[in-house]
Design a protein around this ligand. Structure first.
Ligand code: ZN
Length: 226
């Protein structure tokens, strides 16, 4: 029943967007169909010509485009919880500002893998935003997208509204699996997620990929909580 309601809600949202001119989800000004948010709001996203870098024990490095705040928080919320696909235009622009191809080639990356969503969550939402971002990164870098290389075998509760210790406990071990180890063996992998918070999700994915023979794992997120 919930799925039928969500599906109807999405259809209604898409129909209204076609019938009415879209408006900027941040300031509500009218925008063109070719825009995700208005140019004034876009200017408020910190310009990132180089990524924010985070180091941990499992990933070689984690690149993040921008701090998770203000406008970018609203854009991610619009995409994830309101299925506002206009936001993809904004995310593509943000990714385009980074020297993605140079970063990935210098790191000898072979394959881009989105952090997978459990199939129940995928059915509910209808899309996985990390696949969308990974496709953009594959287009910009020319590096192969391998979304079949990692699967989520156990669901986790949504992270939103949880405290930091609760978020870490929410991601348990062994919730990801590598169905085709030969496809990741000796590969340098770029793992893609939307937000870097505690780093526990990327760590869980990196662990299982390295255990399956990956040579190295890099992380890439749109935003990072500061
Ligand atoms: Zn605006």
């Amino acid at each position: 029943m919930k799925q039928i309601f969500l599906s109807a809600q999405k259809t209604l949202s898409v129909t209204l967007n076609i019938l009415l001119s879209p408006c900027c989800p941040v300031c509500r000004d009218q925008i063109a169909y070719s825009e995700g948010i208005c140019s004034d709001c876009f200017k408020k996203i910190p310009p990132a010509s180089s990524p924010i870098k985070t180091h941990d024990n499992y990933t070689s490095i984690i690149w993040s485009c921008v701090p998770y705040e203000g406008t970018i928080r609203k854009c991610l919320h619009e995409l994830k919880y309101r299925a506002n696909y206009q936001m993809n235009l904004t995310f593509f622009e943000i990714l385009r500002r980074l020297p993605v191809k140079k970063m990935f080639i210098e790191s000898q990356a072979n394959i881009i893998i989105p952090v997978p969503m459990h199939r129940d969550r995928y059915k509910e939402r209808g899309f996985n935003q990390t696949i969308l971002f990974s496709k953009f990164l594959s287009t910009l870098s020319g590096i192969h997208l391998g979304q079949e290389c990692l699967t989520r075998i156990h669901p986790s509760r949504p992270q939103t509204g949880l405290s930091r210790p609760e978020r870490i406990n929410n991601i348990t071990k062994n919730i990801f699996s590598v169905p085709y180890p030969d496809r990741v063996k000796n590969k340098n992998i770029v793992l893609v997620d939307d937000i870097l918070t505690t780093g526990t999700t990327l760590k869980s994915c990196a662990e299982v990929l390295l255990d399956s023979g990956a040579r190295s794992v890099y992380g890439f997120t749109i935003a990072k909580t500061m």
